[in-house]
Design a protein around this ligand. Structure first.
Ligand SMILES: C[S@@+](CC[C@H](N)C(=O)[O-])C[C@H]1O[C@@H](n2cnc3c(N)ncnc32)[C@H](O)[C@@H]1O
Length: 296
């Protein structure tokens, strides 16, 4: 007979990690575990716990071991085909929602999420603004399969008028939009932005390289951001906004990129850790004032 206390002592994990595994396998809350260390674990539970514990000990992230990560209050499925959504990325959602809230009430907002991965950002926006029409793209077919499953599980299929469509593209290449499309109110991306020689990469070895360094790992990590910015203006409505997540030391470079492409009101916003994490700007096209010049 193996009790909870026996297993906790011998599992070789930090106490909190061990408690999280027991909670996921046995559905015993941490409070219950603390109150009843004498509870017995049956052979099936023990086998499952030992398997999960060995994956954690080998360095696999908890989110992959559990197959789940919470983002913006939603429990997303995650597999090694997708980046584990980070709390910092919730800033991207907040800024997008703020921009959409400033649009006229009768307007149906349109949003493009570039590099959707697990679908985290697109699904969070669809959940918060059920009327929005959202497109989400990714180069990875397996990632899109995860995103589709998340959308099916987390979104109300009967929400009024809104829609979330997924497409496999190479950024702008292959994107299909309705013929009379007027441009997105908001384009959002958390693209790969880690430089090829970044010393943090070994610690991220369980996550897909396509999500971290992109198809063409590069010296400054900015090549995907450059591709996205280069054609964003053609896909934005006149007052549409582009919002880009980037690395802790890339804000000035991304602002320069946006300014060089004519974006207006270029800004950077800080995450909860005080780091400039998202930069953005308004569509470069200005309304041309065609009224006659005032004379005298
Ligand atoms: C940093 S992850 C972001 C995932 C998700 N949006 C999030 O915030 O958790 C970047 C995503 O971009 C996708 N990606 C990389 N290169 C791409 C490309 N050339 N075209 C489209 N998507 C690409 C990756 O597959 C990955 O899902």
């Amino acid at each position: 007979m193996v009790t909870l206390a026996d297993w906790m002592r011998g599992c070789g994990l930090a106490r909190l990690d061990a408690q999280v595994l027991v909670e996921s396998v046995q559905s015993w809350s941490r409070a219950t575990q603390a109150a009843h260390p004498e509870r017995e674990l049956d052979a099936r539970a023990l086998e499952r716990l030992d398997t999960l514990a060995s994956r954690l000990r080998s360095g696999e992230p908890m989110a992959y071991v559990l197959g789940q990560r919470e983002f913006y209050g939603l429990a997303l499925e995650v597999t090694p085909d997708v980046l584990i959504p980070r709390p910092d990325t919730e800033l991207l959602v907040e800024l997008a929602l703020r921009h959409l809230d400033a649009l006229p009430e009768a307007h149906v907002p349109t949003v493009l999420d570039m590099g959707t991965g697990s679908g985290a950002v697109a699904i969070a926006i669809a959940h918060a603004r059920p009327k929005a029409r959202i497109w989400a793209l990714d180069a990875s077919g397996p990632a899109l399969a995860v995103a589709r499953r998340n959308a099916q599980r987390l979104l109300d299929p009967h929400r009024e008028g809104g829609a979330l469509r997924f497409q496999q593209t190479d950024w702008w290449d292959g994107l299909r939009l309705p013929s009379a499309f007027a441009g997105f109110d908001c384009i959002i991306s958390n693209p790969p932005y880690i430089a090829a020689n970044d010393p943090h990469l070994p610690a991220l070895r369980h996550e897909p390289p396509l999500a971290l360094t992109g198809r063409h790992p590069n010296a400054d990590g900015l090549s995907d951001l450059r591709r996205i910015v280069a054609q964003a203006d053609c896909h934005l409505s006149d007052e549409g906004c582009l919002l880009l997540e980037h690395g802790y030391d890339q804000a000035a470079a991304v602002r320069n990129l946006l300014t060089a492409h004519g974006f207006r009101e270029v800004f950077s916003a800080r995450d909860l850790g005080g780091i400039e994490r998202v930069s953005g700007g308004l569509c470069p096209r200005r309304q041309i004032d065609q009224s006659p010049p005032k004379i005298g």
